[in-house]
Ligand binder design. Structure first.
Ligand SMILES: [Zn+2]
Length: 222
């Protein structure tokens, strides 16, 4: 039910579109913002971020790029894919929606969620709702939406906890290795936050295939 003098945000979200997905609002042909109050008859047009380069570039409501994100617990594979590419993605589990929103706000992180009601919350400023239910496609969506491609840095971040990885010598990590790994592998990275050790031959080969596939798909999508 709409209030008597609804804001543009109220009207748009009554149609099921979360406000972080709206990049441009035209009321009677003029750009405006979410707080604009509709009074009487008006023609309202809304546009997503894909139209950015074509018109009203200075009146856009969403940011073009971002460095840090927070994903809701249902996007675990997307979270791990982005971390494998070096993107800073905190995760919510097992937090309430309120904790998730508080963290996004306090740490200035972009909220990633497919929960449209959550994205409509008034405290949400920047967010993205992945369209696909496939983690690989979702990963591409986020990279394209926030222009991350040139800043990807694979194998610099822990896929488990989002901590930064540091190159470690075999001597430093030897007590965490399986006997065969001690013999065959010589390149190691260790998470500065949780201490998890990664090495070529095990984790990195699998991750490398995923990274290669993501890069190949990005190249094809141009
Ligand atoms: Zn870690």
């Amino acid at each position: 039910v709409l209030k008597e003098r609804p804001s543009v945000k109220d009207v748009i979200e009554a149609c099921g579109v979360p406000h972080p997905e709206v990049d441009l609002i035209l009321v009677n042909g003029q750009p405006t913002n979410f707080a604009f109050v509709l009074d009487g008859e008006a023609e309202v047009a809304i546009y997503g971020t894909r139209s950015r380069s074509t018109f009203f570039p200075k009146d856009r409501l969403q940011i073009a790029t971002a460095e840090s994100f927070i994903a809701d617990v249902h996007l675990g594979k997307l979270t791990r894919n982005l971390r494998a590419l070096g993107v800073d993605v905190a995760c919510s589990h097992p937090a309430s929606d309120k904790d998730l929103l508080d963290s996004a706000l306090a740490e200035n992180r972009i909220l990633l969620s497919r929960d449209r009601r959550l994205l409509m919350h008034r405290v949400v400023e920047n967010a993205y709702c992945p369209r696909s239910d496939q983690p690989l496609a979702q990963t591409l969506e986020v990279i394209v939406r926030f222009n991350l491609e040139s800043r990807l840095s694979p194998f610099t971040r822990c896929i488990r906890c989002n901590g930064l990885l540091q190159i470690a010598s075999k001597a430093e990590v030897i007590d965490k290795l399986e006997p065969l790994s001690r013999i065959f592998y010589h390149e190691f990275r260790r998470c500065l936050a949780c201490g998890h050790v990664y090495w070529r031959g095990s984790h990195f080969d699998k991750l490398q295939r995923r990274v290669d596939e993501i890069r190949a798909r990005l190249a094809r999508s141009k």
